[in-house]
Design a protein around this ligand. Sequence first.
Ligand code: ATP
Ligand code: ZN
Ligand code: MG
Length: 497
Amino acid sequence: MEFQLKAELKCSGSVSEGVSSSEIEEFMKHCNIELLKKGAPPGCGAEIVRWNVRGEKIGLEIVSDRFVRAHDALLRLKNEFGKFLGRHRIGIRSMEIEDYEIAMDWEEGLAIKKLPFVREIKQEEGRLKLFLAVNEFLLEKRIPDRIIRLLEDKREAASWKGKKEHWELLFESKKKPFYFDKDPTEEMIRLGWIRHAAGRGQWIYGPQLTKIFRAFEHIILDNLLEPLGYEEMIFPKFVPWDVWKRSGHAKGIYPEAYYVCTPKTRDPEFWEEVMDYYKVTNEVPLDMIMERIEPVGGMCYAQCPPFWIFLLGKTIPDEILPITVFDRSGTSHRYESGGLHGIERLDEFHRVEIVWIGKKEQVIEHAKQLQEGYRRIFDEFLEIEWREAWVTPWFMAQEGKAGLAELKEVGTIDYEAVLPYSGKWLEFQNVSVNGDKYPKGFSVKLQSGEELWSGCSGVGLERWAAVLLAQKSLDPDKWSAKLRSAVGELPEVFRFL
Ligand code: ATP
Ligand code: ZN
Ligand code: MG
């Protein structure tokens, strides 16, 4: 990697008059030997290759390798030069970055079209050249380093895209009898159990399916969460940007988010034009609304991130571990685009989210207890046929860190069941060990100073129903006695003419 930077310093007085050129030469030579090589292996580092002094202005040209990157060299130099000029009663007023070019080897196939703070990109013959548009403030914010890091992430992500997503079978249940070969969503529509709502991927669940959802929750509560000491909480369902910055979702959530906006002001006058337009056209004027609102975040996507604000910046005593809490207080929203299908893939869905926090061994051990509990429930209550697979955790895939998952301490187990009507496998829940990701992101510490870990498990109620009904039919007589008694009578409320 090569860096070439041209900058100009403006001083408070004439340097050509105030300082002799031999003194400046001496200074630059000294910097090239000491200051710009500090921390780099022998023979490496940065170098001032040209400089010129014109009155109050000093032009500088610095080249470097990746060890002391040219922008670091420039910041070091500015500091040192300031001290040097100070002895001649001259100060540095400002600094302008005229050109900053970074070149590196790059695989031919991976096109880079646009990057933040880069005004031009040239890509040819296995080389990538970036022409940055930066100023001193952006150098101090380490923007060039972050651009390089971003490129490394893109490279890693591309290498994963090519391969199949990491998926490894861990467990397969016994074969179970299937009593249905149709799409349960179609059947529920036919029977009037559900109806598509006004929004995309959104359904209204009638009394029968709602009762089944509630029974699922109770089965989980009575047979898994209560014995393991869980307590219920209510997590927020609107997620401001700050939460997603800390959880890492801000790096990649955009194509799937449901965005939330607030009015720029609640002054009715500010909105009068919109109201009037609607009144005379019966059309909601989207363009006019867009000008008057501000995106402040999104709707619940992964359910647990907004919970972590409860622990933000806190130190917790070791003896209260493991912490075990769950939330079932609202909807999750994802823009699933063309992937929508029945109640299997929705834009609005319902989940029980289970969160556990502890020391590393506790968190790993607790994940095993959950896995055992789930297996019992699937065997005894749902009587479904399912399998468990080790997959690349979402955040590692999103952050281009999938390689780390190979240790198998941090990672996700997906639970999948076959849908007899299509022969396809559907993920209906997961169990994830997230390592120290959340405690780190939300600055949560342990009194003893030991590393804090966490895990979460998302149980999709629609997915459980899709799997159960697809394999066992909508007829409760075909269900296990345990499930039948957990659900009770299916209510009949509506009839249509
Ligand atoms: P998929 O691969 O099917 O899109 P995912 O990997 O995106 O699922 P996770 O992010 O792991 O799903 O979410 C955890 C659980 O939330 C899933 O196991 C599933 O039960 C539920 N879930 C996720 N997306 C949807 C959706 N669009 N509709 C219904 N349930 C969903
Ligand atoms: Zn979670
Ligand atoms: Mg998904």
